[in-house]
Design a binder for this molecule. Structure first.
Ligand code: 9UX
Length: 71
């Protein structure tokens, strides 16, 4: 069943940041929906199966930002 997890992402300061993070996370296998909240500094990801944290961290890093702890 789908799972939804919210992650804290540091370094996002504009809508371009939001788009970059959204696109990287959306490209991960099994991801159904990504919602990035700029003000809150969070990314909420719904996926078919739980995503390995290393996978999420790598995607956020690839976008140019940093993953903090899952919340
Ligand atoms: Mo958002 Mo522009 O960080 O470098 S302010 S993409």
């Amino acid at each position: 069943r789908p799972v939804t997890q919210t992650y804290a992402v540091t370094g996002m300061t504009c809508e371009h940041c939001v788009r970059a993070v959204t696109e990287e996370l959306s490209a991960l296998p099994g991801v159904d929906e990504v919602r990035v909240d700029l003000a809150a500094g969070t990314a909420t990801v719904t996926s078919a199966e739980p995503l390995p944290i290393e996978t999420v961290r790598a995607a956020v890093d690839e976008a140019g930002y940093e993953l903090a702890a899952g919340i």
